[in-house]
Design a protein around this ligand. Sequence first.
Ligand SMILES: Nc1ncnc2c1ncn2[C@@H]1O[C@H](COP(=O)(O)OP(=O)(O)OP(=O)(O)O)[C@@H](O)[C@H]1O
Length: 625
Amino acid sequence: MTDLPGRRPPPTPEQAPTFRQRIENLRHLGRLVAQIWRTSRVLTAASIGLRLISSVQPVAMLYVGKLIIDEVVRLTTITPPGSDFVDWWSAGALSTVLVLLAVELALVIGSDLLARATGLVDSVLSELHSNQVSVELMAHAARLDLMHFESAEYQDRLERARRQAAGRNALLSQMFGQAQDMITVVTLGAGLFIYAPWLILLLPLSFVPAIWGETRFNTLAYFMSRWRTPERRELEYIRYIGASAETAKELKLFGLGDFLISRFKQLAHTIYLENRTLSTQRALWGALFSAISTLTYYGAYGFIVWRTISGEFSIGDLAFLSGSFLRLNGLFQKILLGFTSIAGQSMYLDDLFSFFEIEPTVLSPASPQPFPAPIRQGIAFENVGFRYPDTDGWAIRHLSFTLKAGETLALVGENGAGKTTIVKLLTRLYDPDEGRITVDGIDLRDFAVADIHAHIGVIFQDFIRYSLSARENIGVGRIEEQGNQERIEDAAERSLADAVIAKLPEGYDQQLGRLFKKGRDLSGGEWQKVAIARAYMRDADLIILDEPTAALDAKAEAEVFSRFKSLAAGKTAVIISHRFSTVRMADRILVLENGAIEEAGSHDELLAKRGRYAELFELQAAGYR
Ligand SMILES: Nc1ncnc2c1ncn2[C@@H]1O[C@H](COP(=O)(O)OP(=O)(O)OP(=O)(O)O)[C@@H](O)[C@H]1O
């Protein structure tokens, strides 16, 4: 198989799970049934009940068919009561056959109605179940750490789980259908056994090879799909950047269309070739096994025909037995293939349920301390060290500083110096690997995570531009207050977003963003003012602005910050900015370099020191001269 340079080769069958692992995966089916039952008890019970009734229908049909044939044969041997239908009717010779025909008709109509009702119940239940899984998935994802979302491995797992949320609907009908078929097999098998027990022995010959093939190919297909999750995510990503409003501008200007298309084609082709090989092998083996099964059936059929000719079976028996054998053969195959398919699908369920098993690591303590409101002394980093998971270098190390209550602290430093990391630690999106962070002397880990978040207003540089209304864009800053117009307007006024909203045709009701019809896009700086309003929605004593003003022009940034300063009076604040005109407004400035503090002091102190800060400040000031 061809492959892209540097990409992983397809998995080999040896890497497939062992028989034991596959059996273990079956336990997920129990979880699935429980989840379906939770979704709707009434519908689940209805689906099972309808199938139970349907399961005895085939044997009943075949048996009535046999009785009809035998009765017809009998009627051909008696002395005819007359030449036309009325003579037969008045002699009462047709009553049995007519009753039998009526029963068969009722069975056919009943079976059709049952099948439709089952289909209806299953489709409704499936949709409800798929919604239920999505809700459970989102609820669980909301509990996880930021770490999980920043790691490629977890993103793969999330992606696989997300696919399963929508993709396993057929499994429900399949599992219940399987139970139905098993009951049908028992009833048909009982009939066959009464007439010709040895015929049952022939059955395995027809389906065992097919089962072997299916199991093998199901497993390979699953492994292929699992193995290729990173590539599939990459495909999705290329497809997304190749055709989305956010990327269109840059794509056009850089002329990236063809580049992306060729990358997509190359990657998609690799996966296509692997899938094609697998499908071809599967089809060839499938044809062979199906031929074996047909041969077995005809062997048995020939034998039943002979026994009928030799007078041991009636014509009705012939119809019943050959019909039963054919149905049984088909059903056995269906059931066993169903089992392997269910077992195969339970491997996919592993993707779903194992996602639910990922547990957050940033946890609230059993008996948390209340977060100090207001903060009286301040926040202290005590010899803090932190390394991102799966990386070698320390993002910050031996970091100690205090942020006094009511103080405005600015963090400056080159890209990658560790500024955002400090904010992530301060908001407990991550826990430090070394040292500790305290608020009024209490370790951050002793507070409930939600309590910390409730007392900190933070806006990151990569804040979200929600395709929601202007009101909601601000309201999400404190979701329980989203209906409080007064508060929203107040927050907008503080962040200077009020002037932006005043210009919108529909004011606070204006849909923002380009995603939906009637949506109105804002400029980068306007979006930022709206986003900053979210931080003001909180009654936070600590406000953190991580470079959210990068898109504001210098005048607007100065305006936003001087307002921030006046509003933040008495509040503790952390500002990250690359603009020294903003930074100089802070009470104290920390200059970071490679995750450690290089200098600290007020703007004037640092300038007087003529160190790194003074150098960077001069550099920027020179640019404006
Ligand atoms: N999720 C992550 N996983 C691994 N490494 C990371 C992650 N986020 C940041 N880093 C690394 O940690 C270091 C500090 O990054 P951080 O984002 O704190 O820098 P910053 O000072 O905020 O930079 P900028 O001015 O560019 O925003 C950098 O070396 C960066 O590459």
